[in-house]
Design a protein around this ligand. Structure first.
Ligand code: F6R
Length: 633
């Protein structure tokens, strides 16, 4: 019955992996394949005149599977009339019609769009009295048993390794019950609740046994953020601190991963350990960098025995250690340039950028108004000072990341200026006392957006570009007035298309973040990639190179880097100052992620760390480095 996953790398047959996993380039394609498996099961049961019992998850991971199922219902006539569903969990306490409830989520993404019978939908009820919970949970279990158990259980995985809300410490034999939520889990949910303090501390969840009893289990994981827990779950020992690892005992389980979520698996991270295979140039560099770390040596000091003793003897078949060392050293060393726009009038054969034209038109895309300076402030500064025509395009307004208190501060400053300003201040002050209303009030959102625009202009003026070269695109997908964004559409593509066609850049810089597959950075990248596909045949695009930088969260790995731009100590300070102009994004910002360091500290730490890594590998000793990967379209 299980789908024949034809993706690269089906079951890995080494000693490392203990759970069947399949890896796809993109979560979208993976979700489509999972939806096909579910649809096949539903149809098979229909033919047999049987009910099909699905266990369903919420969270960001299954959304694209639900989208595809809805599409199949609408376009291909897939009927859900024989389907019974049981959801894994619900926050407690929680009103069913609350927008943060999993009831709301399931209707929004699936149930309202298909022909499932309402009486066949089961979601734990966050409204019941606390004194009735045990009885209620027993009934939930019995209901599952009564319909013959779950045929197909869809799961996501939390960064704590939870499945359902079975947090670390959950018992192998646990069943549906009330649980306490882990700090990491609550922190991950804070966006939807406008702050961790509003996230419920409890939930009702199916237990590990309930999940284990399902006939088929498919777990979805997307994005770099899941890579660590996926490695532990698939390759580590069964451990009650990682509930998902209990699935190692299940006879019919598949983990469906995108590239980023699989990136820490041994077969991906260090494939030379898994078996003999030809290593590509990039993989060879990866292996050598890994070997340097392992032996604590620089590249040019690695010996034949270092390779032999660390599973890399394969590399020595066609080259000597000396030749490999030199090849990889040169590959990395040649990425370093103080001329990100290309060094004029020199032989550029081994340089990351072309010398010609000496003055380039450069278009820097920044998903939020501040990613430009946070992620590539040093390079931005060099491009400007080296005389290129630099444009910045802020893709979204970033309005939801401004605190209410900041909006009020600006309004209050102006309230003394005119009667109207005073009136506006007192009206909005009242609204802002109810903190969540910021997103629903258009005036407040506009002011928040304006604040971010003006902060950006202060920073770009400081770096030295004209206001007319700064473009605020306000992509519509972002302007929903809530944390949840809509799917990008034609109008988003058109805006990006227009600005590229207007500027006709020789270089495009864009955020290449894949850490959060449903986050704004990834959506902005997806839109750009789609546009590039559409316009790549235009003559000016033949002369356009695209460079991807990494945002505040992650860094390119050394072997992935195509251009490294070093910064002097003074340039580091200048970059810091440029970031400081984004005042509302300093000190307790709204969407900081789980790293408590401020953005400027994170980026400085990262830029210094990569410089130290280069130095450890035997390159020059720079103060800090910004890195880029070329995107070929
Ligand atoms: C949701 C659930 C959770 C999520 C997990 C991952 O019903 O049971 O286990 O699957 O927290 O969430 P996302 O997919 O948002 O990363």
């Amino acid at each position: 019955m299980n789908i024949d996953y034809k993706s690269p790398g089906t079951l890995e047959k080494t000693r490392y992996e203990k759970i069947h996993s399949v890896i796809f380039d993109e979560s979208k394609e993976a979700s489509r394949i999972v939806a096909i498996e579910i649809a096949k099961l539903i149809k098979k049961k229909q033919k047999e005149n049987k009910k099909c019992v699905l266990g369903l998850a919420t969270g960001s991971s299954p959304i694209s599977v639900y989208n595809e199922l809805v599409r199949m219902h609408k376009e291909d006539g897939l009927s859900f009339s024989n389907v019974i569903t049981f959801n894994l969990d619900e926050y407690f306490p929680m009103k069913n019609n609350d927008i943060q409830s999993y009831h709301y989520f399931m209707h929004l993404h699936l149930f309202s769009h298909i022909d499932i019978k309402p009486e066949n939908i089961n979601i734990p009820n966050g409204e019941i009295k606390v004194t009735n919970i045990d009885k209620y949970c027993d009934e939930y279990e019995n209901k599952i048993k009564k319909v013959g158990g779950i045929d197909y259980q869809l799961l996501g995985i939390g960064r704590t390794g939870h499945i359902g809300f079975n947090e670390p410490g959950s018992n192998y034999s646990s069943i549906t019950r009330l649980v306490h939520l882990d700090y990491v889990t609550r922190n991950d949910a804070r966006k939807a609740f406008y702050g961790i303090e509003n996230v419920p501390s409890k939930a009702i969840t199916m237990g590990i046994r309930t999940i284990r009893n399902s006939k088929r289990v498919v777990l979805l994981a997307w994005g770099d953020g899941k890579a660590e827990v996926i490695k532990k779950t698939i390759e580590g020992n069964i451990d009650s601190n990682i509930s998902a690892s209990f699935l190692q005992k299940h006879k019919n389980v598949t983990f469906v991963l995108d590239k980023a979520a699989s990136s820490k698996l041994t077969r991906i991270e260090s494939p030379w350990k898994v078996g003999s295979q030809k290593l590509s140039k990039e993989l060879k560099a990866k292996a050598v960098v890994w070997l340097c770390k392992k032996t604590k040596k620089s590249i040019l000091n690695l010996t034949e025995s270092d390779y032999n003793e660390n599973n890399l003897s394969e590399l020595l078949i066609s080259q000597s250690a000396y030749e490999i060392n030199l090849e990889v050293f040169n590959k990395i060393d040649r990425t370093i340039t103080g001329w990100p726009g290309g060094k004029p009038n020199v032989d550029d054969k081994y340089r990351p950028e072309r010398s010609h034209p000496t003055k380039k038109r450069v278009l820097i895309f920044s998903p939020h108004p501040d990613d430009d300076v946070i992620s590539m402030g040093g390079t931005f500064d060099r491009l400007v000072s080296q005389g290129h025509e630099v444009h910045i395009a802020y893709q979204t307004s970033g309005n939801i990341a401004v605190n209410n208190s900041d909006v009020l501060k600006f309004l209050e400053v102006f309230s003394g200026m005119s009667k109207k300003a005073e009136k506006d201040y007192s009206r909005l002050n009242k609204i802002l006392k109810k903190s969540n209303e910021i997103l629903e009030n258009k005036d407040v959102r506009n002011i928040a957006g304006l604040i971010r625009e003006k902060e950006s202009l202060a920073a770009t003026r400081f770096i030295g570009i004209l206001d007319s070269n700064v473009h605020f695109l306000k992509l519509p997908f972002y302007e929903t007035g809530s944390v949840k964004k809509s799917n990008p559409g034609k109008s988003d593509l058109k805006i990006i298309n227009n600005i590229i066609c207007k500027i006709k850049p020789h270089q495009i810089y864009a955020a290449g973040d894949l850490a959060d597959p449903h986050g704004t950075h990834k959506v902005c990248l997806d839109i750009l990639i789609e546009v590039l596909k559409n316009i790549k045949k235009k003559s000016f695009m033949k002369d356009c190179w695209v460079w991807l930088y990494r945002g505040a969260w992650h860094e390119w790995q050394v072997h992935e880097i195509d251009m490294s731009v070093p910064m002097s100590p003074n340039q580091v300070l200048k970059k810091r100052k440029a970031i400081f102009y984004h005042q509302t994004q300093k000190d307790n910002v709204m969407f900081q992620g789980d790293d408590n360091r401020e953005f400027w500290v994170r980026t400085e730490d990262r830029n210094r760390l990569i410089a130290k890594t280069f130095h450890d590998l035997g390159m020059s000793d720079f103060s800090a480095i910004e890195t880029f990967k070329r995107y070929h379209f």
